[in-house]
Design a protein around this ligand. Structure first.
Ligand code: FAD
Length: 451
């Protein structure tokens, strides 16, 4: 991008996945981009603290990466394709459920690597500056003046024309929104926490089939596993907090796994399980919904800062990446006039982000309650029975850029069609049976003999 002297200053707060990608989008347009991140530069850090170790990257996220020329070499080649979900029953039986059509897959990518690549990509623009160890404390919606806490207790202030809040689920940028009138906000912690465990390679190979997202649904508990490039799997155990707390010794861990995930014990290893279960406490999961996403022409929220969703649809980052495309498209439409772009962005994007938050919450209930396989089979059979082409919601969400709220509307509509179709079918069958009965009444004597 060319540096244009007349260009405005855009401050991106948060250099996580969405902030780093967004910096590329703004830099590509030629803005003066300043990125502020509370952490040190993760490319130099010895230990990278983050949420999940790996993530499922799907169509929306990939499309956003493509917009800034990032999709192919650095990301896709380092991702592992997952063609289907693999359901592990208690007996150890494995049943695949495809996501989409044949040949379609989602990618398991390393969070830290993706974040590092995005930071490096942002830095290649001469009009972008990355500022680490800058924790946003406060900012003014009137002037765009931001105050940052620096290490060792010092503070710095700087001003921007536009502040883009990409500082995650507990956003400091969003705090200003909460002080204002007519800002809607809700946050819900689910009763489950999550814990990550590593499944090491066996004889130098993946311990399970690598091209699947493995799922162990067990009513109120669930475990999933995504493959990594080093042939390990990262297993994530989801469980109510009080269940996590009930387990306090290595023996109890093994007992618990024996009862619910027996096939995983030899794969993870009993000794590893005993040790790793106590390494870190279980982490909380929050769903945040708010609206609008902007204040005047000064500030806009994107990614988890605008919409933290529970991780059961694998869409949090994908939705955040799609935010960047949607904003970019509106920037084209309104010729980069922030006073028109920001309200339009809120108008267009809020219903979609709220829809994916709801879908993720719905999937939480389905996955945890072991309904995923059952509802897939029931739905597929219903569709076959009605000769209706099914376009599963998971396909539209994962493999298309169908607006999330439209995917939800179609899902409700399809459910209505299925239920009404089956009802009509049942009424039709009953009426047909009744007609045949009247036309050919059965021989009462024969019936009596049979009975
Ligand atoms: P974050 O990743 O939280 O980044 C925010 C950044 O802002 C951080 O770097 C933080 O240090 C910085 N920051 C915070 N406060 C300040 C401040 N005051 N000043 C300056 N900087 C600040 N999504 C998917 O699409 N697919 C998945 O498979 C998936 N799996 C998940 C599994 C789990 C267990 C969890 C918890 C989430 C998962 N997600 C997944 C969701 C995904 O992790 C998030 O949606 C994504 O990380 C959001 O990116 P973000 O940049 O908006 O926020």
């Amino acid at each position: 991008a060319l540096r244009r002297e007349d260009k405005k200053v855009v401050a991106v707060v948060g250099a996580g996945l969405v902030g780093a990608l967004n910096a590329c989008f703004f830099a590509k347009r030629g803005f003066e981009v300043e990125v502020f991140e509370t952490r040190e530069d993760i490319r130099k850090a010895k230990v990278v603290k983050g949420r999940s170790i790996n993530l499922a990257l799907s169509h929306r996220g990939r499309t956003a990466l493509k917009h800034v020329g990032m999709e192919d070499k650095q990301i896709v080649s380092k991702g592992i394709p997952m063609n289907a979900r693999m359901i592990h029953s208690l007996s150890g039986k494995q049943s695949p459920i495809p996501y989409g059509k044949k040949g379609q897959y989602i990618l398991s990518v390393d969070r830290a690597n993706l974040n590092k690549e995005l930071l490096t990509a942002a830095e290649t623009y001469p009009n972008t500056k990355l500022n680490f160890d800058h924790k946003l404390q406060d900012w003014s919606a009137e002037t765009g003046l931001m105050t940052f806490a620096r290490p060792h207790g010092s503070k710095t202030q700087t001003q921007a024309d536009l502040i883009v809040g990409c500082d995650g689920a507990f956003s400091a940028v969003r705090k200003q929104f909460l002080r204002r009138s007519r800002f809607n906000y809700s946050q819900t912690y689910i009763p489950h926490g999550y814990m990550e465990l590593t499944m090491r390679p066996r004889n130098g190979e993946f311990a399970m089939k690598p091209n699947y997202l493995h799922i162990w649904p067990r009513n109120t508990f669930m475990m999933i596993a995504l493959p990594n490039l080093d042939k390990t799997f990262t297993c994530t155990l989801f469980m109510p907090f009080e269940e996590f707390e009930k387990i306090s010794t290595g023996d109890e861990v093994i007992e618990f796994f024996q009862k619910y995930f027996p096939d995983a014990i030899p794969l993870i290893g009993a000794a590893t399980l005993r040790r790793d279960y106590f390494r870190l406490p279980a982490q909380a999961m929050v769903s945040v919904k708010c609206s609008p996403y902007h204040i005047g022409d000064k500030c806009v929220l994107m990614g988890d800062a605008a919409h933290a969703v529970v991780p059961f649809y694998g869409q949090g980052m994908n939705a955040g990446f799609e935010d960047c495309i949607v904003f970019d498209e509106i920037m084209n439409q309104f010729n980069e006039d922030f006073s028109a772009v920001l309200p339009e962005y809120s108008r267009v994007r809020v219903p979609d982000d709220h829809a994916i938050a709801d879908l993720a919450m719905y999937n939480y209930v389905e996955m945890i309650n072991h309904l995923i396989l059952k509802s897939y089979i029931i739905r597929r059979n219903k569709m076959k029975c009605l000769s209706v082409a099914d376009i599963p919601t998971v396909f539209q969400v994962t493999f298309t850029r169908t607006r999330y709220h439209v995917a939800v509307e179609r899902w409700h509509w399809q459910d209505k069609v299925i239920n009404r179709g089956l009802l009509l079918g049942a009424v039709g069958a009953a009426a047909g049976g009744f007609y045949l009965l009247i036309k050919n009444p059965p021989d009462i004597n024969k019936l009596a003999i049979t009975a």
